[in-house]
Ligand binder design. Structure first.
Ligand SMILES: O=C(O)CCC(=O)C(=O)O
Ligand SMILES: [Fe+2]
Length: 327
């Protein structure tokens, strides 16, 4: 396999300390990060390292359950539940070598919370953490609304997690340890993709590296991926944030939804061990009305936006599978 081409791009680090007093400064920093790299990390966000370690321990205790138990809460197309080796990305045409458990706040989770009998306290612990990440997301939404000239609570209202049909999702991820000696196969961890939500907040565990980004996308409607990657370090205390396609569209392509991946380890220095991460996807209410201040794209609802993102993904996947079949 050809060696990856890497370039060093600084990933802005933004402190949320003293948020209310520093909101103007934080807004300036967030807007600049969103316009340039599309990725940034947050520190002083109010969730301690100890609490992040605790949620990773909870996540591990779920993934340590037997597959038969995890299969009692199976994934479905509402983007909830457990899946294993089943997500195929258009960039690779192969399933990611991982398992994930997707959690939401509302009715989509009915029957899909792992029961107390299988894992005591899981639901309470997970929801408690989800509300904390939601509060951080809402502060960021206030800044992005200011930056784009919307009323300050505009994006918060459009992503209301108190609604029973809320789509916002926290995804626990577990990438399996892989053989360091090549067995001739390529094990994709998370193939290159852009997220289609508003904003993703990602928690990583120190040492479990692999996340890489590939900036350079100009319009939300384009699927192409460049070939120069930048590594994002895995640090337990930081939250890595990336702009999703929804915010890119809502900003008339001013803010960048950047392609990223968890690299298939294959080169010296790559990390082959188990990797646990937690991604929090801010998804719009189905009836939210989406259009940027410059009206670059026609107005659509949250439901329509998600639907067309899924269709675009599906079409790109079919194209890739056709190419693989012809090769
Ligand atoms: O696990 C990671 O670090 C990234 C996950 C990701 O990009 C995703 O699930 O969309
Ligand atoms: Fe992603």
């Amino acid at each position: 396999m050809a060696q990856t081409r890497y370039v060093d791009r600084p990933i802005p680090q933004i402190s949320l300390a003293d948020f209310d007093a520093r909101i103007d400064q934080i807004t300036t920093e967030l807007v600049s990060a969103a316009e340039n790299v599309g990725f940034f990390t947050l520190i002083d966000h109010g969730i301690s390292k100890k609490d992040v370690d605790a949620i990773f321990a909870t996540s591990k205790s779920f993934f340590d359950l037997p597959d038969a138990t995890k299969a009692t809460v199976p994934w479905n197309a509402n983007n909830v539940g457990w899946e294993k080796n089943s997500q195929i990305r258009p960039s690779t045409g192969k399933p990611d070598s991982k398992e994930s458990y997707q959690l939401q706040f509302g009715d989509n989770m009915n029957g899909l919370w792992v029961t107390d009998e299988h894992l005591a306290g899981f639901r309470t612990t997970a929801l408690d953490f989800m509300y904390r990440v939601q509060r951080i997301s809402e502060n960021l939404m206030r800044c992005f609304a200011r930056g784009l000239g919307f009323p300050e609570t505009f994006f918060i209202d459009c992503h209301d997690v108190a609604r029973p049909d809320s789509q916002t999702t926290m995804r626990l991820l577990h990438y399996f340890a892989l053989p360091e000696e090549s067995d001739g196969k390529v094990y994709h961890r998370a193939g290159a993709h852009a997220d289609w939500d508003f904003l993703t907040l990602l928690f990583q565990k120190e040492g479990q590296s692999g996340l890489e980004i590939c900036p350079g996308r100009e319009v939300v409607t384009e699927f192409g991926i460049g070939d120069e990657w930048t590594k994002v370090e895995a640090k337990t205390g930081e939250i890595v944030c990336n702009i999703g396609d929804l915010l890119m569209s809502w900003s008339d392509d001013r803010f960048k939804s950047t392609f990223h991946r968890v690299k298939a380890p294959c080169e010296p220095g790559d990390y082959f061990g188990d990797r646990y991460s937690i991604a929090y996807f801010n998804q719009p209410c189905k009836d939210a009305l989406i259009q940027g201040p410059q009206k670059k794209y026609p107005m659509v609802t949250g439901a329509q936006f998600t639907d067309s993102a899924m269709k675009r993904n599906f079409a790109a996947l079919q194209e890739k599978l056709k190419m693989l079949a012809a090769a």
